[in-house]
Design a protein. Sequence first.
Length: 196
Amino acid sequence: VPIKAQILAARPGHKANVEFAKKIRQLYQQKKLVKKFQFVKKEGIVFDINAIQRILPHRYPFLLVDKIIHLEMDKKVVGIKNVTINEPFFNGHFPGQPVMPGVLIVEALAQVSGILLLNTFTDPENHLVYFMSINNAKFRKPVMPGDQLTLEADLVNVKGGKYFSLKGAAFVDGSVVAEAEFMAAMVPKENKPQQY
């Protein structure tokens, strides 16, 4: 969709114009991508669970993201996981005192990160994100049934357009409950997992 506009600027320069054009293009591409997966517009939601299932290959009981509320392509993503007593892991972790396993909080961060990374491609449904490493994982507070996890992931570095470094943090009521740094690789779906 062509944009017709008139812009008045004080002291415009080539560099500023190029950066402005890049920003407009990025916002346009992001809107186009969101429309591709999010069929029904919902206030305050970038991707609902239906859109997430069109992007990620994970399914119940291992889909650990309920919605995406913020997405800045190539930069940051924020997702939500509503933790309920009906989660299958609470049966054994721990009976009578349910606590969400820390590794599943990290997995939820990984899935949110996957949504960020997959959306760097025009065809995210044809790619997979594989974890390569998890570093500096810290668990600050327990997550229990009834909590709402806010999952934030920031893209830190890209190597060769295929390898990605990310930093993630999970919050409950504004307090950090877990954080970790990740390394991931992006591969086409038809390729089988291999060692990296």
